[in-house]
Write a new protein. Structure first.
Length: 162
């Protein structure tokens, strides 16, 4: 079992405490609830199998964020995913009513290099320096990606409002 400051953590404690974070990130990274569940499960299985020792909660949280982002990238490159086709909506089913632009959908549509910094900054509350450490890129790169992502979101949402 993984340990925090030398104290073993139970599976229930890990899932209760960090499950929602990992699940939200996985759904955001895959664009699907079902695929997000699979990715989140893989992250927690990997955590338990690797049996790491963490120095503090920040270290554990950073490990989970990094592992989730990496699993989402792997999921996107998977040959299985490349040969599957999403289910189409039934012809009889009416599309859900549009209530205006959905920001989370617009964020999910961004390329991964923009999506992760936006998600980590605006949803999870990390600073650019912290995001840089988590994603393995310089702080200024994160700031550039955030700026470009805001421009892309502005354009996407402007089209929806028109």
């Amino acid at each position: 079992m993984p340990s925090l400051n030398g104290i073993p953590l139970s599976c229930e404690e890990i899932l209760d405490r960090w499950g929602p974070l990992v699940f939200r990130m996985a759904v955001q990274g895959t664009g699907s609830r079902a695929d997000g569940e699979d990715v989140a499960q893989e992250v927690f299985v990997s955590l338990i199998q690797s049996d790491p020792a963490f120095t503090d909660e920040t270290h554990l949280r950073a490990w989970l964020i990094r592992a989730t982002a990496n699993r989402c990238k792997s999921w996107g490159r998977s040959p299985w995913r490349k040969h599957t086709v999403p289910l189409e909506l039934s012809r009889d089913a009416a599309p859900p009513p549009s209530e205006g632009p959905n920001v989370l959908e617009a964020v999910a549509a961004l390329p991964a290099k923009y999506r992760w910094p936006v998600y980590l900054h605006y949803i999870e509350g990390y600073t650019a320096a912290e995001i840089g450490q988590l994603l393995g890129c310089p702080r200024n790169t994160v700031l550039s990606r955030l700026s470009r992502a805001r421009d892309k979101l502005k354009d996407a949402l402007k089209e929806e409002w028109s």
